[in-house]
Write a protein that binds this ligand. Structure first.
Ligand SMILES: [Zn+2]
Length: 72
């Protein structure tokens, strides 16, 4: 007969919590990137356009419709 033994019967160590002061800059950075993406998808058109022409609008056009922004 064979008997399987596991090396440790202890519970796995709990992951160390990430301090707020370490995650806050990344949270702000991620929030700014999301706002930038929201601008390009939702408002980069017409009077609020920063990039001349329709290139950005056409590039994110399907995203506009997916997220329900008014388009055409
Ligand atoms: Zn459209």
């Amino acid at each position: 007969m064979s008997e399987t033994t596991f090396p440790s019967q202890h519970a796995p160590a709990a992951p160390a919590p990430i301090p707020l002061r370490e995650i806050l800059p990344w949270a702000i950075f991620g929030g700014l990137m999301l706002l930038l993406a929201l601008y390009f998808v939702g408002a980069e058109q017409g009077a609020t356009s920063l990039v001349p022409g329709m290139y950005v609008h056409e590039f994110v056009h399907d995203g506009r419709h997916l997220l329900g922004f008014p388009c055409h």
